[in-house]
Design a protein around this ligand. Structure first.
Ligand code: F6P
Length: 497
């Protein structure tokens, strides 16, 4: 029986008091791993809270669940599957690690072939995929690709043709590699966009458009049936979940754009975080402390959201990536045993880019009635070569916002100008934004999600919640009979009788 009683009884003092009471608080609630510094000291975690969560973790058999994940056991119980994204970076059962390494070798072989004579004229990569088959590669390339200058890469996910047409306008079809990423190879958006991209190539006289298609999938037979040559199908294991798949062949466009060495470093950075997560005691374990804070705010303080602000333009896609990772993983209403969850599941994850967000949504963070735990992600080494004042100002703003949220300001004479303070934040400070650090960062987020799921008793690895909408979209396309009056009216307005 998972025992939440000690966690629910937590009533920590104010953040400023926590600092006053313990001169070592920053050191005690900071963790350094993989070139990343995690500062949880501006959260309400204290020794009592960590002890309460350790007790909760024990009652939830957390250590056994974590061991089962890394051992390749079938922790995705509803789908009867193991969960092997950590094996992609070398941390898993020997069989899973060997399988992932063999598939990486195949991917590398194909990249070498493409970069050799056969397809040497490639300048553009059009990557078509959606959700986990797009967000990860898009983030990697956007974060790290500015200096790489190897290929122009566009990631298109939406079925809205506007997205695809923008790329058609910018790319030369004769110099484009078409990459189709779909774990299932059944996703309507991806297959529809793929057909249109082939038409675009054909219309421009590309002789063998299929010869320019690479498929990244856990369903190689379906890709071959669709028309992709077997030699250009890069499979990955069914046990790698879509939103955890950037480490697999789904990372292909990133490996192309950034180079194989960078892709390898990405995996190594993630593996370092895997080992940290697996081997470090809870009170020094970054993903566990982050999840403890998340659970404290969601379960005890009843915060419905949590916000991540990337104080670095290169990480502007991080909030979208995290939304899928966390909300598709832990946004569930029943436990892994199918019992209704008797408490909130994942908070709504949102965020943006600093300093832009300060001039848009921070008003609510400072004075609104919703308590929003905030996470700042910043990089010490500048990504730009402009005068140092740009990057200095960026970092100082991130740090000052955390301080202001915590400190607040009294103003009895003018309540409009008062700041309640005691608003929590954590900060992730990255030495330099390279592939290794980004690998460690994304692995940290995966494990943090796992901890929350494990302590809530959720299976983070299925996503049945997306199915009903897909089914009904299909039914709508077949006439919409049986739909409610409002939906039928909308269909009629858009398409006529
Ligand atoms: O509809 C949700 C989802 O299944 C995600 O979990 C997944 O990342 C995305 O769609 C894309 O799926 P696929 O890779 O199979 O095309």
């Amino acid at each position: 029986m998972v025992d939440w009683s000690k966690v629910e009884a937590l009533n920590p003092p104010k953040l400023t008091q926590l600092f006053e009471r313990d001169a070592d608080r920053v050191a005690k609630f900071s963790v350094d791993v993989g070139g990343l510094h995690f500062d949880f000291s501006k959260t309400h975690l204290d020794a009592d809270a960590v002890a309460a969560f350790e007790g909760l973790a024990k009652s939830a058999n957390f250590a056994a669940k974590r061991d089962a994940l890394f051992a390749g056991e079938k922790v995705n119980s509803s789908e009867g599957r193991a969960v092997t994204h950590t094996a992609e970076r070398g941390e898993g059962s020997p069989d899973d690690v060997a399988q992932a390494a063999a598939l990486h070798a195949r991917m590398r072989g194909l990249i070498d072939a493409i970069e050799g004579e056969a397809l040497g004229s490639i300048r553009h990569i059009l990557h078509i995929g959606i959700g986990g088959s797009a967000l990860g590669p898009d983030l990697l390339i956007d974060a790290l690709g500015r200096q790489a200058d190897r290929y122009d890469v566009a990631v298109v996910s939406n079925i809205d043709g506007v997205a695809l047409e923008e790329v058609f306008d910018a790319f030369d079809p004769h110099a484009t590699l078409l990459v189709l990423a779909s774990k299932t190879f059944t996703t309507i958006e991806t297959l529809t966009n793929a057909e249109s991209a082939l038409d675009w190539m054909r219309d421009d006289g590309v002789e063998d458009p299929y010869g320019r298609v690479i498929a990244l999938t856990a369903a190689p037979d379906k890709a071959i049936e669709w028309g992709v040559d077997e030699t250009r199908v890069l499979p990955f294991a069914e046990s790698v979940g879509g939103r955890y798949s950037l480490w697999s062949s789904i990372g292909f466009p990133a490996a192309m754009a950034l180079g194989w060495d960078a892709f390898q470093e990405l995996l190594e950075g993630a593996a370092e975080m895997d080992r940290h997560f697996r081997l470090t005691a809870a009170h020094e374990n970054a993903p566990m402390l982050a999840a403890f804070a998340d659970l404290y705010y969601a379960q005890v303080r009843k915060c419905q959201t949590r916000a991540t602000f990337a104080y670095d333009e290169r990480l502007r896609l991080l909030p979208s990536y995290l939304q899928q990772l966390e909300m598709e993983s832990n946004g569930k209403g029943v436990t892994a045993d199918g019992v209704p969850l008797d408490r909130p599941s994942s908070p709504i994850v949102w965020g943006g880019v600093g300093t832009d967000a300060q001039h848009a949504v921070f008003q609510l963070l400072h004075q609104g009635t919703n308590l929003v735990p905030v996470e700042f992600v910043a990089v010490i080494e500048a990504g730009d070569s402009l005068a140092a004042e740009h990057h200095e100002a960026l970092l100082l703003n991130a740090f000052a916002q955390g301080a202001a949220l915590m400190k607040g300001r009294e103003n009895a004479a003018d309540p409009q100008r008062a700041y309640p303070g005691d608003r929590p934040s954590s900060t992730i400070l990255i030495d330099q934004l390279d592939a290794r650090a980004l690998g460690a960062l994304l692995s940290f987020y995966e494990h943090r999600t796992f901890v929350s799921g494990a302590l809530l008793g959720i299976n983070p690895y299925d996503q049945f919640g997306v199915e009903l909408g897909k089914e009904m979209a299909k039914a709508a396309g077949e006439g919409g009979a049986g739909f409610d009056a409002s939906t039928q009216d909308l269909i009629k307005r858009a398409f006529g009788e």
